[in-house]
Design a protein around this ligand. Structure first.
Ligand code: HEM
Length: 538
């Protein structure tokens, strides 16, 4: 704040920015009236009763009573830091986004997280990690909301409540906290074999990272890129850490959970404080945008599949450096709101059904988590590009909008000066063909392979890494009470690799199953209630 807007307490008179120093010569109420005492409530006589008329007492207690906002429904525990992204310029042939141009420097905010545990849970649990990046680009915000595992549990977002209900603590005893070692988790994933690939990664060393600084990140979905000539390509995003990928041993992770539950958070902040700024290269796998949207037989709309790097190398396109810690956890890390639909011109979505549910879910949850529709005005969420959105009013509205015509077209507030075309710097959706001709509720046959990439992953590991996977399955399944669930999961493992299954069975003291889990059934026709209906495709 400038000296003119500053009062004796260091507070402001309402001008931007809204940084508030909570120290100074004296305290005031929230409306600026100077207080002479904040340690004693107003009483009748020496020893009370306390008087209802004490506004300062009521304001202080009432505000305290409302300090907490709901934690995120998933990814509640996180650590956020600021940084900068610099484009290499080599992606411009496939993507026109301005922040990827050579030497362009873009401020970013990154939030790392665990998925299952609540806000106060330990850092080093076995879990997938979130890796969400907000790029404040000159063309508006771009949020790359990814994980440290390149595939997901489910192929369709309608199942997200199911997997999360299964992974979260049991409804009766609210245990276990932040672990995948319990009956409901194994019940779900053993019945729902499309989770198998993700579960293999989750039982591997990837799910116990040594440090946030030593994790890869993945956009998971296939996105569509557009270049300046309007040509399109499909792409998958990767973050490659300069420090390499390192994990904890499970025994180390368990010890650290007790000794220092803030281990990852502390490691990240201390490294930045010491000037050891962690770096990642952003990379893309570029794939042809064919009508089938498949590559080498892999359905690119199936988020349980990777495209092996041997088939499509990851090309580095820019460098991320995290170089500044937050000064206020609540204002920044807790209030940041990511959204997979925050895309700049040059990056668009594909028809991945998991991505489509996410496009709806994030803003919906943020409406309640952040108290209404104006959370993009919170400083950490504000774009660095100019905003002229015609959105009005609502809870926590901080803007004082001018003008009388918040609608378009209008002839009052300077009329209607523009109609943004594709070449105006505006975001323009790619005119992609809608492939389906029948409205239906079922998975495509090309999503039906649940085991081959899980096997590919397992076989890609070294002997030591495989041993860790076997021990992780044995440990986590060993926590199940229901024998039938363990037996069912063994049948799933038999469909991945017989040796893996046999070793885990031995560890659990159970017989090797006679039959492996069957491949999922492909339902040949729409359910009766979903009568086939033509959908115009042109
Ligand atoms: C939060 C990643 C799928 C709903 C997050 C966060 C990450 C993430 C990193 C934490 C954001 C933060 O730090 O604030 C992913 C990935 C997915 C996936 C990589 C699949 C590829 C889904 C799906 C849904 C969903 C399918 C719902 C249909 C949510 C919700 C939050 C969240 C509600 C909390 C957001 C908030 O309160 O701000 N996700 N997610 N996610 N995700 Fe996902």
């Amino acid at each position: 704040s400038s000296p003119e807007t500053r009062t004796a307490t260091g507070a402001e008179t309402g001008a931007e920015p809204r940084a508030r120093e909570q120290h100074g010569e004296y305290l005031t109420t929230s409306t600026g009236v100077r207080l002479h005492d904040t340690d004693h409530s107003l009483k009748a006589g020496e020893r009370g009763p306390t008087l209802l008329q004490d506004h300062h007492l009521r304001e202080k207690i009432t505000h305290f009573d409302h300090e907490r906002i709901p934690e995120r429904v998933v990814h509640a525990r996180g650590a956020g830091v600021h940084g900068v992204f610099v484009g290499y310029g080599n992606a411009q042939g496939v993507c026109k986004a301005a922040f990827l141009a050579e030497g362009v420097s873009t401020p970013v905010f990154v939030r790392f997280s665990t998925v299952v545990g609540s806000r106060g849970s330990a850092d080093t649990v076995r879990d997938t990690r979130g890796f969400a990046t907000k790029f404040y680009t000159s063309e508006g915000n771009f949020d790359l909301v990814g994980n440290n595992i390149p595939v997901f549990f489910i192929q369709d977002g309608i199942k997200f409540p199911d997997i999360i209900h299964a992974a979260k603590p049991h409804p009766d005893r609210e245990i276990p906290q932040a672990q995948s070692a319990h009956d409901t988790f194994w019940d779900f994933v053993s019945l729902h074999t499309e989770a198998t690939h993700h579960v293999l990664w989750q039982m591997s060393d990837r799910a116990v990272p040594r440090s946030y600084r030593m994790m890869e990140g993945f956009g998971v979905h296939t996105f569509r890129l557009v270049n300046a000539d309007g040509e399109t390509a499909l792409a998958k995003f990767h973050w490659k850490p300069k420090l390499g990928v390192h994990s904890l041993l499970w025994e180390e992770a368990q010890l650290i959970s007790g000794v220092d539950p803030d281990f990852h958070r502390r490691d990240l902040f201390d490294a930045i404080e010491a000037g050891a700024f962690p770096q990642w290269e952003l990379g893309i796998q570029v794939l042809p945008d064919t009508p089938e949207q498949t590559f080498e037989g892999i359905d690119l709309l199936d988020p349980t599949k990777i495209v092996p790097e041997e088939l499509a190398p990851v090309q580095p396109i820019g460098l991320l450096t995290l170089n500044r810690n937050t000064t206020n956890y609540f204002a920044e890390t807790e209030q940041v709101a990511f959204h997979v639909g925050h895309l700049p011109p040059g990056i668009d979505v594909t028809d991945d059904p998991l991505l489509h549910a996410r496009l709806f879910s994030y803003v919906d949850t943020q409406l309640s988590r952040l108290g209404g529709p104006n959370f993009n005005q919170i400083p950490i969420n504000r774009p660095h590009a100019p905003v002229n959105d015609m959105l009005r009013d609502g809870f926590h509205q901080h803007a004082v909008h001018s003008g009388v015509a918040p609608y378009k077209p209008n002839s009052l507030d300077g009329g209607c000066p523009f109609h943004a075309g594709a070449d105006s710097g505006a975001f323009a959706e790619v005119a992609a063909t809608v492939a389906a001709s029948v409205k239906q509720r079922r998975s495509p046959a090309s999503f039906a392979d649940h085991f081959s990439q899980a096997r590919l992953f397992y076989l890609s590991l070294t002997a030591v890494e495989r041993d860790h996977v076997i021990r992780a399955f044995t440990f986590e399944l060993g926590k199940c009470y229901e024998r039938a669930i363990k037996e069912r999961q063994l049948r799933v493992l038999a469909a991945v690799d017989t040796e893996l299954c046999a070793q885990v069975a031995a560890g659990l003291g159970l017989p090797v199953p006679e039959q492996a889990a069957p491949a999922p059934e492909v339902i040949p026709s729409p359910a009766l209630s979903q009568v086939g209906k033509a959908w115009p495709t042109d």
